[in-house]
Design a protein. Structure first.
Ligand code: KIV
Length: 287
């Protein structure tokens, strides 16, 4: 466990206001959480992308609150210091303000998250107002919002046309007015992201996922960074190490070594004292 101090909203806004970029990654499990704490990552998102990266669904839609809480608890145990954000899964906040507050509260109470994230624009303003009034910091999510991928025409860049970009800009303004502390802009053009970051001023932290450098911080999906999601690699993801290949090569070597007897070797097993063995043989009535 790292010896850095627990991040707070104050630390994050100080970084923003000092022009120090904020780092953010997704995380879904205990060992990765330990690594991310050691690496000093500022914000960690337990994303509902875990439905695809960890549970093998084709989309994020089947993910439940129970799934999210279980993974968020594991991440919090591994990383007590980062600013931890729980991602509200599909249909846990869309139906009503009351549902939104109740489920946001579950993240805070059961997984010790610092904040929650939800997708959507001005239509979500009343949910955000309600959750913030309950004392829970909220991150908004605009641009490509995976829970609405079907309505958005698939996993594609959002806001390339002026009219659509204006809608994203207006939605960002509505989220800021509703009280979000941060907005994630996923796959919007870099210049739209820059305009929104300028508009947000000191009031709101803007994080970019594939939306260019002119934001307060950057987010990557952990599995994309390390080649751990074999089905798909988004164009904007940078691969920092091919852990997927390392693991696959290791698995093949293990299978080969078991087959040809190279594994196990004496350091891979445990023995017993000759005297104890002789006694055992006697007890068993063997010679
Ligand atoms: O669930 C998730 O990981 C997300 C990212 C796509 C930002 O919402």
């Amino acid at each position: 466990m790292s010896d850095r101090k627990k991040l707070t909203l104050g630390t994050l806004f100080k970084k923003k206001n000092d022009g120090v970029p904020i780092t953010m990654l997704t995380c879904y499990d205990y060992p990765t959480a330990c690594f991310q704490d050691d690496a000093g990552i500022d914000m960690v998102l337990v994303g509902d992308s875990l439905g695809m990266t960890m549970l093998g669904y084709d989309s994020t839609l089947p993910v439940t609150m129970a799934d999210m809480i279980r993974h968020a608890q594991a991440v919090r145990r591994g990383n007590p210091k980062s600013w931890l954000i729980g991602d509200m899964p599909y249909m846990t906040y869309q139906p009503s303000v009351e549902d939104a507050i109740r489920n946001a509260g579950r993240f805070m109470a059961e997984a010790a998250t610092d904040a929650i994230k939800l997708e959507g624009g001005r239509e979500m303003a009343d949910r955000i107002v309600g959750i913030v009034a309950a004392g829970i910091p909220v991150m908004g999510h605009l641009g490509l919002t995976p829970q609405s991928a079907s309505a958005l025409g698939g996993f594609r860049v959002q806001g390339k046309g002026a009219m659509q970009a204006k809608k994203i800009y207006d939605d960002a303004q509505a989220l800021i007015d509703a009280g979000v502390f941060a907005i994630l802009l996923e796959m919007v053009p870099d210049r739209v992201c820059k305009l929104i970051t300028e508009m947000a001023g000191q009031d709101c932290i803007i994080i970019s996922l594939g939306s260019g450098p002119d934001a307060d911080g950057q987010l990557l999906i952990y599995h994309d960074m390390f080649g751990l999601y074999p089905k798909f690699k988004p164009r904007m993801a940078k691969v920092y190490g091919d852990a997927g290949k390392v693991i696959l090569d290791g698995l093949k070597s293990y299978a080969d070594e078991v087959m040809d007897g190279a594994f196990p070797q004496p350091e891979n097993w445990f023995g017993m004292a000759d005297s104890e063995y002789d006694e055992l043989v006697k007890l068993l009535g063997k010679k």
